[in-house]
Design a protein around this ligand. Structure first.
Ligand code: SP5
Ligand code: ZN
Length: 343
C-alpha cells in the first residue's frame, strides 16, 4: 500500500496541553509519525511519497469562513496581544448554555468562541502543518479515486474532531471529511466514513449530519465518560435528508475484542447495505490497551482483524490517520491494521 506523508507535520509541535488541571507535554506530537514511518519501513508495507499541493476549495466546503479566518491568523493576533514571549495559545472560557455566541473582536474571546477545549494549542507554524495534512489526505484520495484499491494518508495533526465551526481535540481541519468531499467531487455518488478512533468523530458527524450522500459510522468510548462528551450517543441517527445515515456505537470503558468486533461487524453491515462507492477510514489506534489517554482494551493483533474486516467490504478505501498515543506500539498497531486489510 502506498503511504502519503509530509515532513511539514513537524511544524505543529506545541509545548503542551492542559490535562485535568496540569500543563503536560502533548500526547499528540511529531514522534507519532516517526513511529508509524519506522514500522512501514520495517515491514516494507510499500512506498512513502510526499503530497501534492491542493487549493482551499474543498476545505471551504467542509468548514465555514469564520473558523478558517481564525485558524490562519490566530497566532499573529495572539502574539500582537501578548508579545514575543506569548503563552500557549489556548482558550480558558466558553460560550455555554444560552450565552450570546457572537464572535468577539478580541483574540482571547475568539479562542473561547472557536475552540472545543484547552488541549489544542496553536503555534506560529501550526497552520502550515494543518495545510500539509490536508494535502496528504487529498493526495492519497487522488490515488484511490484514480484506481488504487487503497492508500494510507499519514495525516498529522489529526482531523475528526474539527466541525464546520470549531477546532479541538488536537484537530484543526477535518482531513477525512475533506477527502470524503473529494470522492464526491470525483464522481462517487455515495461515500461512507468509518471512524475507529477511540474518541467520537464529532466533527465528521456534524459535517455530514444532514446529508444522505456521505454516511458516517463511528465506534468509540461512550460520551457518558469520554471526550468529546457531548456527541456520540447511539440515538444520533442523522437529521432531515441525512436521517438514517449516521450510526454511532458507543462502547463502555474496558471493552475488548469480543464486544468491539461485534460492534464493528454491525457497523460494516450497515455500510455494506448503504453501498458506498468509496470508503474513508478515520484510523485511530487509541483503542489500544496501553494507550495513555484511553480506556479500551484492544491488543496489537486485534488491529489485523479490523483491517481484515474492512477489506471484506471490497470498496476503494482511503485510510486517514487520526489518534493513537502509545508511541512505542503506534507504528505496530497502525501497520497491523493496514496489513490486515491487504492480506
Ligand atoms: C484525535 C484524537 O484522538 N483526539 C483526542 C482528544 C482528546 N482530548 C482529551 C484528552 C484528555 C487527555 N488527558 C488524559 C490524561 C491521562 N492521564
Ligand atoms: Zn482519539
Amino acid at each position: 500500500m502506498i503511504t502519503i506523508a509530509s515532513e511539514d507535520h513537524r511544524l505543529h509541535a506545541p509545548k503542551g496541553e492542559f490535562s485535568f488541571g496540569e500543563f503536560v507535554p502533548p500526547y499528540e506530537n511529531p514522534r507519532r509519525v516517526d513511529s508509524i514511518l519506522a514500522r512501514i519501513a520495517e515491514t516494507r508495507l510499500g512506498p512513502v511519497r510526499p503530497p501534492e499541493r491542493f487549493g482551499a476549495d474543498l476545505i471551504r466546503r467542509v468548514h465555514n469562513a469564520p473558523l478558517l479566518g481564525f485558524l490562519e491568523t490566530a497566532w499573529t493576533q495572539w502574539q500582537a496581544q501578548f508579545g514575543p514571549d506569548a503563552p500557549p495559545a489556548l482558550p480558558l472560557s466558553w460560550p455555554v448554555g444560552g450565552m450570546r455566541a457572537i464572535e468577539p473582536e478580541g483574540i482571547t474571546g475568539k479562542f473561547a468562541f472557536f475552540a472545543l477545549d484547552a488541549s489544542t494549542a496553536i503555534t506560529p507554524t501550526s497552520w502550515a502543518a494543518v495545510r500539509s495534512a490536508v494535502d496528504v489526505a487529498l493526495s492519497a484520495q487522488k490515488l484511490v479515486a484514480g484506481g488504487e484499491r487503497a492508500a494510507f494518508a499519514l495525516c498529522r495533526p489529526p482531523g475528526h474532531h474539527a466541525t464546520p465551526d470549531n477546532y479541538g481535540g488536537y484537530c484543526f481541519v477535518n482531513n477525512a471529511a475533506v477527502a470524503a468531499e473529494a470522492f464526491r467531487q470525483a464522481g462517487a455518488a455515495r461515500v461512507a466514513v468509518l471512524d475507529v478512533d477511540y474518541h467520537h468523530g464529532n466533527g465528521t458527524q456534524a459535517i455530514f449530519y444532514r446529508r444522505p450522500d456521505v454516511m458516517f459510522a463511528s465506534l468509540h468510548a461512550s460520551p457518558e465518560t469520554t471526550y468529546p462528551y457531548f456527541s456520540g450517543y447511539a440515538d444520533e441517527i442523522g437529521e432531515g435528508p441525512g436521517e438514517g445515515f449516521n450510526a454511532n456505537y458507543p462502547l463502555r470503558h474496558g471493552t475488548a475484542w469480543n464486544a468491539y468486533g461485534a460492534a464493528l461487524d454491525h457497523a460494516l453491515a450497515r455500510i455494506e447495505g448503504y453501498g458506498p462507492d468509496a470508503l474513508v477510514i478515520s484510523l485511530g489506534v487509541d483503542t489500544f490497551e496501553k494507550d495513555p489517554i484511553s480506556h479500551l482494551k484492544l491488543r496489537s493483533e486485534d488491529y489485523i482483524r479490523i483491517g481484515e474486516a474492512i477489506a471484506r467490504l471490497k470498496r476503494p478505501t482511503l485510510f486517514v490517520m487520526e489518534g493513537g498515543y502509545a508511541i512505542e506500539e503506534l507504528g505496530l498497531n497502525t501497520v497491523n491494521l493496514l496489513q490486515g486489510f491487504e492480506a
